[in-house]
Design a protein around this ligand. Structure first.
Ligand SMILES: Cc1cc2nc3c(=O)[nH]c(=O)nc-3n(C[C@H](O)[C@H](O)[C@H](O)COP(=O)(O)OP(=O)(O)OC[C@H]3O[C@@H](n4cnc5c(N)ncnc54)[C@H](O)[C@@H]3O)c2cc1C
Length: 384
């Protein structure tokens, strides 16, 4: 749903200009330094990007899912590391509070997240609990007005920069499954939190992940999201449903940029006396990519509109994430192929994108987990 087309066009134009004039020219510097320049982060704050998904009453832009998807598609025409700066605050880090937080929690945290003053991270994954997130072992034991948290979270995006964590921990040791998990908002400066060294990743330099270690970390009981124990996994799954549409939009934006690079190269590079784009075998790669990209874009926008209309989009969100992330990987692979040897060289953007987009098939639910969600939903609906 687009509430006001004119304001939407203004926002999309501003993001498009920001991408072309500020982000794309800074891509190489980000690779060199492994940092997003501070002036770019402050421009992102100014554009309101940190508050994209936070309701207006708490200082955000309050975009609908369709508006968010369109904005993210534009933003992701630049290196995905830029989106990652706002990604956890816009998505999995803040949405637990937006969806299930108490009024007090919303007032305490959302305005500071919306302005970009604080970065929010989402701490679910553990060394022994990835796809099987419901088996997580981090414990939160009630002690007076606090919970005492112990455990290690792994590969947490933006953890080194985070001001606050949405943390999933087990409050009921007798319940080893999803029902024993509670969601907390945790101030990142709390005593008892320490950080591993930054992970050395395949791609997305400038975006950071690391372990987050909780050792007798005291978290006030008022920080239980929604003030109820045992609802954390349900919150996490709701957050991820929305996050999957956001991530599918990320894949569409990145794939658009990659295809643009491949098309430009195919029209410039000459072999056998003509542009390689004139060869039908190269055209097939371009055309397949265009068709798949169009399909993914339609899926993302359809899933977003359905969510805005209040439908349960668990299946559609997983379909969009599965298809769009696989599509993005195929397009990145073809773009390298179209570039020939140049595609293997780091001075060409497609080499970097090829590595950067590989993660999209893995985090926020691997492709296999999306397949399981889709098939389980199909069977549940058929037997209802
Ligand atoms: C760069 C990066 C950033 C991340 N950011 C965050 C973050 O901010 N917060 C957070 O909580 N987590 C984060 N993660 C963790 C990420 O969500 C997990 O890595 C992902 O969910 C997969 O879990 P795993 O790595 O333990 O793989 P595993 O679960 O061990 O999976 C390994 C393989 O087995 C397959 N598999 C597992 N179970 C099944 C099954 N039932 N059926 C079929 N196949 C199966 C998987 O699909 C995969 O191919 C991040 C990871 C990375 C790499």
């Amino acid at each position: 749903m687009i509430r006001d087309q004119e304001s939407m066009n203004v926002l999309l134009d501003a993001v498009r200009r920001f991408v072309r004039e500020r982000l794309i020219p800074a891509e190489e510097a980000v690779v060199e330094t492994d940092e997003i320049p501070a002036d770019i982060v402050s421009d992102m704050k100014e554009l309101g990007l940190f508050g994209m998904s936070i309701p207006e009453e708490y200082g955000g832009l309050g975009l609908t899912m369709e508006e968010e998807a369109l904005t993210v598609i534009e933003l992701c025409m630049a290196s995905p590391a830029f989106r990652s700066v706002i990604g956890t605050t816009v998505g999995i880090g803040s949405q637990g509070i937006v969806m299930d937080g108490t009024e007090e929690q919303k007032r305490a945290w959302l305005p500071r997240l919306a302005s970009g003053e604080l970065i929010a991270s989402f701490a679910l994954t553990e060394p022994d609990a990835g796809s099987d997130a419901a088996s997580l072992r981090t414990t939160a034991v009630r002690d007076g007005d606090d919970y005492v948290v112990n455990g290690t979270k792994r590969y947490i995006t933006n953890a080194p920069e985070a001001g606050v964590f949405t943390l999933m921990a087990r409050t009921d040791p007798a319940n080893k499954g999803a029902g024993g998990i509670t969601a907390f908002v945790v101030d990142a400066r709390s005593p008892g939190i320490s950080f591993g060294t930054n992970d050395r990743k395949m791609g997305q330099r400038g975006a950071h992940t690391c372990d987050v270690i909780f050792s007798d970390c005291r978290v006030p009981a008022r920080n239980v999201i929604g003030a109820r124990e045992g609802r954390g996994f349900r919150t996490a799954m709701k957050v991820l449903d929305k996050g999957r549409i956001h991530l599918a939009a990320v894949c569409v934006g990145a794939a658009e940029r990659i295809l643009e690079e491949a098309l430009r190269y195919a029209m410039q590079r000459r072999q056998f006396g003509q542009a390689i784009g004139e060869f039908q075998l190269v055209q097939a790669m371009l055309a397949d990519s265009k068709a798949e990209l169009y399909a993914a874009r339609c899926m993302v926008l359809d899933a977003a509109r359905r969510r805005d209309a209040g439908e349960n989009v668990s299946t559609e969100a997983s379909c969009a994430k599965l298809f769009a992330s696989e599509m993005c990987g195929r397009i990145a692979d073809r773009a390298v192929q179209i570039h020939g040897g140049a595609g293997y060289m780091s001075e060409y953007a497609v080499e970097r994108f090829y590595r950067d987009v590989r993660i999209f098939r893995i985090y926020e639910g691997t492709s296999q987990i999306q397949q399981l969600v889709i098939a389980r939903n199909m069977m549940r609906e058929a037997s209802a």
